[in-house]
Design a protein around this ligand. Structure first.
Ligand SMILES: N[C@@H](CCC[C@H](N)C(=O)O)C(=O)O
Length: 285
């Protein structure tokens, strides 16, 4: 099985080009591919096929909002094999893959996701590196809540970015104190508000248009970046200073992305790298 390996600010993915939808992408296969010792290693898998072909193969029940049959569709899976509605860094890396492989023409096109059509602009792409912006839609704040992280109860806002998040701005938290927190252990959260689980972001207060963030992702554990999480974090950071819109540089352990929140939607922009391609030996996984 052919694969590529890429990352967006070190949120890393196995990319599986599967235009004929031949791969039986079971949770077990996804987990085996993502295993960092016995597999290729990644936070998630991005299967690439056209939306119409995934529909015909029964992978999708229906075409999500705005997605056309001919659109390339990011069939995203977390490293534990679970399916998530959306992955912001995944879309950036997926768009890089499409552009670098010549599967799309032009710098603007749509990537299909379970959370709907995501317009992208590829500002630059060569086979190894790209700079990609994704229109993420309007983040929906649906409550206030708290998350238990490293023995602390952190207040946050619940944000739907296609997938669920609780983004916690911690007053007085320094970059150093954030780095020392245990974000790897599974955080606690309100299962009533988040019946399907949630991603949890912890961030420093907004200073000079920037925050520092760490994340524990549903289905993947702590990762070095989460694109949808950075959007939720930017919304929380702006709200914490009484604003609804603005641009925020979100520093994550794997780099920095820029999130611009406007009344009509948020944009996520940042780098992508494709670092390898090869053949996975399924019988050895
Ligand atoms: N890393 C992603 C988010 C992936 C999905 C998430 N773990 C979930 O289950 O919702 C991103 O860049 O947004």
């Amino acid at each position: 099985m052919d694969f590529l390996k890429g990352h967006g600010t070190e949120n890393d993915f196995v990319i599986l080009p599967d235009p004929a939808v031949d791969i039986d992408l079971t949770p077990g296969l996804v987990a085996a591919l993502c295993d960092r010792r016995a597999g290729i290693g990644a936070d998630g898998v991005l299967r690439a096929a056209r939306a119409g072909d995934l529909l015909d193969a029964g992978v999708l029940d229906a075409l999500p909002d705005g997605v056309r049959r001919e659109d390339w569709f990011m069939d995203y899976r977390n490293s534990d094999g679970s399916i998530a509605e959306m992955c912001g860094n995944g879309v950036r890396v997926f768009a890089h893959f499409l552009a670098a492989s010549g599967l799309v023409a032009g710098e603007t096109f749509v990537v299909g996701s379970r959370a709907g059509a995501k317009p992208v602009r590829v500002h630059h792409a060569d086979p190894e590196a790209a700079d990609v912006a994704v229109s993420m839609g309007v983040p929906r704040v649906f409550g206030t809540s708290s998350a238990g992280v490293d023995g602390r109860d952190l207040a946050g806002i619940a944000v739907d970015v296609g997938n669920p998040h609780i983004a916690c701005v911690v007053p007085g938290l320094t970059e150093e104190a954030l780095a020392a927190l245990d974000v790897a252990s599974a955080p606690t959260f309100d299962h009533g508000l988040f019946p399907h689980g949630t991603n949890v972001e912890v961030l420093t207060p907004l200073v000079d248009g920037a925050v520092h963030m760490r994340v524990h992702e549903r289905g993947s554990g702590e990762t070095r970046s989460c694109g949808t999480g950075t959007v939720a974090a930017a919304v929380a950071a702006l709200r914490s200073v009484g604003r609804e819109t603005g641009a925020v540089d979100v520093h994550v352990p794997g780099g920095v992305v820029t999130v611009t929140v406007e009344a009509d939607g948020a944009e996520l922009r940042g780098p992508s790298r494709i670092v390898a391609s090869g053949t996975a030996r399924l019988s050895a996984l």
